[in-house]
Design a protein around this ligand. Sequence first.
Ligand code: GCW
Length: 669
Amino acid sequence: FADDGYRLWLKYDLISNKQQRESYAHFTKFIVANTQHEIIKVATDELKSGLQGLLGKQVSVLSTSKNAGGIVLQLSKNQALNDEGFTIINQNGNVVVSGNTEKGILYGTFELLRSIQTGKSLANIFITSNPKIKLRMLNHWDNPLGTIERGYAGSSLWKWYELPENIDPRYKDYARANASIGINATVVNNVNASARFMTKEYLLKVKALADVFRPYGIQIFLSVNFAAPKILKGAKTSDPLDPQVRAWWQAKTKEIYSIIPDFGGYLVKANSEGEPGPQDFGRTHADGANMLAEALKPFTGVVIWRAFVYKPSSKDDPKGDRYKEAYNDFKPLDGQFDRKVIVQVKNGPIDFQAREPFHPLFGAMPKTPLAMEFQITQEYLGFSTNLVYLAPLFKECLESDTYVKGKGSTVAKVVDGSLHDYNLTAIAGVANTGSDRNWTGHFMSQANWYAFGRLAWNHELSSAQIADEWTKMTLMQDEKAVKTVTNILLASRENYVNFTTPLGLHHIMGQGIHYGPEPWLERSARPDWASAYYHRADSVGLGFDRTKKGTEALLLYAPEVQNQWNDPNKTPLPYLLWFHHVGWKTKLSTGNTLWDELCTRYYTGLASVKEMRQQWSSVKSNVDKEIFEDVAGRLAVQEREAIWWRDACVLYFQQYSKMPIPAPFPKPE
Ligand code: GCW
């Protein structure tokens, strides 16, 4: 039947190769599982329906068996496993999936299905796997009225007005998809939070979702509006040091746990972009976070406090730079946060650009657990008309070396707690899901949801492996076609960087909407984006000097990192204009002048989109018609947009460089 993308990577279509099917049949004569437990029950159901689809056979579920040739789901006491880890081994002729907890078994079951979906042999299967990070979460920026901030895949999945009575079956499919990639927590409402989510009316709706997610090992969190006590008329103020306010949060938290006993905790955006926060009362972020931690003390929940803060900087301050603001606000608070607090930091210092250096807070707060916040939704990466596979972006940040405890002090090690012995560890992805039939708008963006989950579980997986898995599970098995699709995926992010913000340009997109080019923004700039803030083009050159001569943002990093980026002649080209104002005629390592290289990137970026279109055409016969046409159509839009970006940026910057577009490139139309 026509595939509309709804089933994501959990497609379970019949494996076409008969021999392969039979090799699996050998190990799937029965399933042994204790289906009394709700988590084991959903694992078993998934396994049954997966095998039914993939192998075309109905497998019965037994409570015990002495025979060989089946799949056994069992609890273990294995010291090599953490709470959610699992092993899959071939033992006495059975494929045995074990975990020390039911959740471990659930994740192991999905891994087993993935092994079959990607054509791996079960004969000598031997897998031990532990998640490296404790809380692997999605952050939904979903509003109570059904819109999604920066969402490009329709409206919210959550139908608040129908809840709690009506349970959309899609909630369960959402939970299945997340569990299959190890996501174990979700924040269902926007960080620009409505206080409404703290009312009993809404808590009952949230509970209905929590009940659907629980058997899939997913905990619910809520974003809170810091001014909720006052807004909901529970107190005269929302000052975190006011006893009435503290009592309000304590009572509210108690109420939440009486409704949702395994509630995960609070996510807070405070004193950022106009949201209320402790600084409104002369208090610090630590005062605010610690007050909520106190309210959560009797319970298991935690406070996740976001570090995404910046304020309008004065046009006249030559050192003013948004790059430094979160660092300046939070670094001095290291050591002051309650043990229940995690500070959540975006991957880069500005805002989810197509390429950013890692955030200088990573490694700078050894006494505070820091969570990673990635954005899966493509706010600055072409919404859902551009094909951009994000695993390379995520990996680039995770693998960056902070050097704070010598070489090898990667961002990943900060986030997984191994560098500074953080106990609480978390990673969040701003979700790209919505009510579109295929969940993510652009069909290929499903790969980004998938990749986020896989990397949250194990940041050591490669972008290529994840792309390969996803493609095989979601699109096709044919080796050649798989190769073509994974090539498209793997090149896509660099292509996007090239035709939008090459060489370390950033934040030159349309104001407000964050779509398309608007490098001329400074002419109408918001005060906080002031003074040609981000590209700083002038008659001399291009780029933002963040060295000692400039805003000094570079000084926030360890000396080894500064050394990598201090000297414009040595700075890797992808980061060049992040840190330096480079003369138009300066020769780069490519042999081109800055101007010629800039043009080359914009032109070749466009050429690479044309190439992606050709590559996609070549797999037409391997892809379901509906999906093929949809992706092909979006790639055509992407080409139009790449022309738009190229022409806008080349012509705009040419006013400053006053140099001709180099041969052999034609003039923009
Ligand atoms: O990226 C920016 C977005 C805002 C968002 C903010 C944030 C939720 O443009 O829409 O608000 O970041 O992360 O808080």
